[in-house]
Design a protein around this ligand. Structure first.
Ligand SMILES: Cc1ncc(COP(=O)(O)O)c(C=O)c1O
Length: 290
């Protein structure tokens, strides 16, 4: 439905379609930031008395959302291990959602999503996954059994550090609740911002290939550095002979670059940026992602 703009606009709808295609989902809603996409996911599906299981590997602000928004509104929140182990005994009769990041922040733990989805589906529990690092290009949680896939488009899809946005793509069954809640809360993005992300998406494939190659180069360099005790880089470990699926391995290689960049750029200053937003801050300013 096209209203006066509060429910979207043709450029935003074109981007929604693009994200749905990348994610292999039914439909997508867009939000002002990745964090707002996560917030709206919780608001759309959780009600007082529901139990939410959060991965211990979620990026920091999700913990704050749980503490300062969900718990005061009567949602019960518990954490499970970032690698997804121990999920089954943590599920309760009132568990409404399992929320994870795979790969997770910041050590890129991987989840066995098909196994987690099987546990969730058998109990009517929604499985929501933050797919920011998988980018939709390298990894599709919905194809592995998730009901909801969230991305901070601020990162890889936008790709040029000049726009902030988030997306939530769902299966057909899960979409109505998200769409209604998003309309109720007046969530929308401007056509100009949607156009920037559409333009960024055109170079997604090429950029991801460069991220992948650079991530490996930096991992190699760090591995040989006398000051480095341990390199957390899953594709690197897989090269050394450990098991790691190739799609996710590529996703982790690509996403790792953002963290390396963060560390290398940070230097002695309290500067912090995760693959984006840097161009929004004046040069030399103290920046903070969270
Ligand atoms: C994994 C992950 N998801 C979501 C977000 C939120 O994205 P945004 O910065 O657009 O709010 C971030 C931001 O750092 C992130 O690292």
């Amino acid at each position: 439905m096209l209203s006066y703009g509060a429910r979207g606009n043709p450029t935003a709808f074109a981007l929604e379609d693009l994200v749905s295609e990348l994610e292999g989902g039914y439909r997508t809603k867009l939000f002002a930031t990745g964090l707002q996409a996560i917030t709206q996911t919780f608001l759309a599906y959780l009600r007082p008395g529901d139990h939410l299981l959060l991965s211990d590997g979620v990026y920091g602000p999700v913990r704050r959302l749980a503490r300062e928004l969900l718990q005061p509104f009567g949602v019960q929140v518990e954490f499970f291990a970032a690698d997804g182990q121990g999920l089954e005994p943590a599920l309760r009769a009132n568990t409404r959602m399992v929320y994870s990041e795979s790969p997770s922040s910041l050590l890129y733990e991987l989840n066995d999503l098909p196994a987690m989805a099987a546990l969730c589906k058998a109990r009517g529990v929604l499985l929501a996954v933050d797919n920011t690092w998988g980018s939709g290009y390298l990894y599709q949680p919905l194809a592995l059994g998730a009901d909801i896939s969230i991305m901070a488009l601020t990162k890889y899809l936008g790709g040029h550090s000049d726009v902030m946005m988030g997306s939530v793509c769902t299966t057909g069954e899960a979409f109505a609740a998200l769409s209604r809640s998003s309309d109720t809360c007046g969530c929308t993005v401007s056509p100009d911002d949607a156009w920037l992300v559409l333009r960024g998406a055109r170079s997604l494939a090429s950029r991801m290939a460069v991220h992948e190659q650079q991530g490996l180069e930096i991992a190699r360099w760090l591995q040989g550095h006398e000051a480095v005790a341990r390199v957390y880089h899953r594709p690197w470990r897989s090269i050394l002979g450990m098991r790691c699926g190739s799609a996710i391995s590529r996703a982790v290689t690509a996403c790792s670059v953002s963290s390396w960049r963060m560390l290398l750029w940070a230097g002695p200053r309290p500067s912090r940026t995760v693959c984006g937003c840097s161009a929004l801050a004046p040069r030399g300013a103290v920046t903070r992602a969270w």
